[in-house]
Ligand binder design. Structure first.
Ligand code: G16
Length: 543
């Protein structure tokens, strides 16, 4: 059981993106590929000797094998203790909580989030720091630097360990604590929400469907909703985590969670519908006959958070990613608290939460969360909604109507153009950059540009600057379009176009969103010359 030092060559292209390193599974399965990154993490954080880490993943194909590799490498690198979820499973928010609860030196989370799983699909790994959040750029830069110069990695030459039994085992001198992935997370939720009230809501006949999309949240949702909160069995559907998510695309949005959407728009819809993604950090919320956009969900949660015990004293501030609609800013103004606008990527919220500046954060990409952990948290958002519905004794549709009556409505949609060639995507972005100074006053379709820029973020806590974080174009009449390239895709480039049109509190809030945004969409398609550059003007996915 002596640690072996195995010679290797540096690997190119292991630069962590928006949330860690994401590649095709077969890329990760190449000999030495995962090892190169894991050793670079240990080296990049100043060595692993004597440290404690949390390790777990969303159960996708290669999860179990990758965990064995990581454990053997951790042991050989002198790690003192690893906390791992039974079966290698941990949702991303649960992993974040365990890192904080056990005051560990960080954690390795295995997931490609909402991307499909399987040998021909996607895999990913990211390092979270001791605050429980995704590593900030300084740390990922140090890890990346290691990947480009590594010449050997450490591993123990031992058999795999059995991860299906709760308890403590040793690997060399390293202790491995195999824990129930749900218990600590559930205990945390019970401190934040009024479980008795939500239990009474279910007991009164309130109905719900939670689509776990055959991903990691299944066991969490079953334990909390059907167990602790008494929702009827069958409330959680697709509850068993599968290596390929049942062949589905575990992204909780109206496109990929279509069966749930269809149910919620039908005559037999339950009162409330929700879904979460591959690793449990994203969520979708839908009421009977009404879809709640993530941007609106953030605004409603911020406006009503005080109804849940964990936030009864009020919230310190609200943060949203730049492409997220301005709905939460209006709530912050109303509450007299600060609103922050950050680049896309949950890591940017960490500093604000650590500094006590914000309590609730959210993104248009279906992520909402609070300072209870340092990741977005799908089930948390669903529980906060349930707590709010239990207190307000209203339907989701009525909550939304009241919200828009008070704050106005931000019609919102994201249009994704997937698997675009990298060159074409760059041409679209660079084309706009080149014309940025001349756009104001120009008319596209029926709209005239009022203002345009490229978003740069100055972190108010550490003063760091992040530039090139998305192109913004405002039109006369209050519409805004944002363009950016996805940082989480694994095939070509994904061009995201975010469309937003504000209708004030006196205007019509009942329009179809795509209809309300059609003029803006036409203007952007023309402005970007999408037909000419990428050969299509219709997006692959509209959420
Ligand atoms: C990750 C980050 C999110 C971010 C999203 C953006 O989500 O954790 O904070 O909003 O990426 O994705 P893209 O760059 O593709 O627009 P996740 O759920 O994939 O970890």
């Amino acid at each position: 059981m002596t640690p072996r030092s195995i010679p290797c060559s540096p690997i190119e292209g292991q630069k962590p993106g928006t949330s860690g390193l994401r590649k095709k599974t077969r890329v990760f399965m190449q000999p030495g590929y995962l090892e190169n990154f894991v050793q670079s993490v240990f080296n990049g954080i100043g060595g692993a000797r004597g440290k404690t880490f949390v390790v777990g993943g969303d159960g996708r194909f290669f999860n179990a094998q990758a965990i064995q590799t990581i454990l053997k490498m951790a042991a050989a690198n002198g790690v003192a203790r690893v906390i791992v979820g039974k079966g290698g499973l941990l949702s991303t928010p649960a992993a974040s909580h365990l890192i904080r609860l056990n005051k560990t030196d960080g954690g390795l989370i295995l997931s490609a989030s909402h991307n499909p799983g399987g040998i021909d699909e996607d895999f990913g790994i990211k390092f979270n720091t001791p605050n429980g959040g995704p590593a900030p750029e300084g740390v990922t830069d140090a890890i990346y630097a290691e990947t480009t110069k590594l010449d050997c990695y450490q591993a123990l030459d031992v058999d795999d360990i059995v991860l299906d039994l709760i308890g403590e085992v040793t690997l060399g001198t390293m202790k491995v604590a195999i824990i129930d992935p749900v218990v600590d997370y559930q205990a945390l939720m019970a401190t934040l929400f009024d479980f008795a009230k939500i239990r009474a809501l279910f007991a009164s006949g309130f109905t719900m469907k939670f689509d776990a999309m055959h991903a990691v949240t299944g066991p969490y949702a079953q334990a909390v909703l059907e167990g602790a909160l008494g929702a009827p069995k069958g409330t959680v559907i697709n509850a068993t985590p599968l290596e390929d998510f049942g062949g589905g695309h575990p992204d909780p949005n109206p496109v990929w969670a279509k069966p749930l959407m269809d149910l919620m728009m039908s005559d037999i819809a339950p009162d409330f519908g929700a879904a979460s993604d591959g690793d449990g950090d994203r969520n979708m919320v839908v009421g009977r006959g009404v879809y709640v956009t993530p941007s609106d969900s953030l605004a409603v949660l911020a406006a009503n958070a005080h109804l849940a015990p964990g936030y009864a004293a009020g919230i310190a501030g609200v943060a949203r990613s730049m492409p997220t609609s301005g709905a939460s800013d209006r709530v912050a103004k109303h509450l007299g608290i600060e609103a922050y606008e950050t680049p896309t990527g949950w890591k940017f919220f960490g500093n604000l939460m650590d500094a006590g500046k914000v309590t609730i954060c959210g993104e248009e990409s279906a992520g909402t969360g609070s300072n209870h952990v340092r990741e977005k948290d799908g089930l948390w958002a669903v529980l906060l909604w349930l707590n709010i519905l239990a207190e307000r004794k209203q339907s989701v549709a009525d909550v939304m109507a009241d919200h828009w009556k008070l704050f106005g409505r931000d019609y919102y949609s994201r249009h994704d153009y997937e698997a675009v060639s990298k060159d074409a995507a760059d041409e679209v972005m660079d084309g706009i950059r080149a014309r940025m100074g001349d756009l104001v006053g120009q008319q596209f379709a029926t709209l005239t540009v009022a203002k345009s820029d490229e978003f740069t973020y100055l972190d108010p806590v550490d003063g760091s600057v992040s530039s090139k974080q998305g192109l913004r174009i405002w039109f006369e009449g209050g519409a805004r379009a944002v363009l950016r390239l996805s940082g989480t895709g694994t095939e070509g480039a994904t061009l995201r176009i975010y469309l937003e049109q504000y209708a004030d509190s006196h205007e019509d809030h009942t329009r179809d969103a795509q209809d309300a945004l059609s003029n803006l969409r036409d203007a952007v398609v023309e402005l970007c010359e999408l037909d000419r550059i990428i050969g299509r003007s219709e997006p692959d996915v509209m959420t």
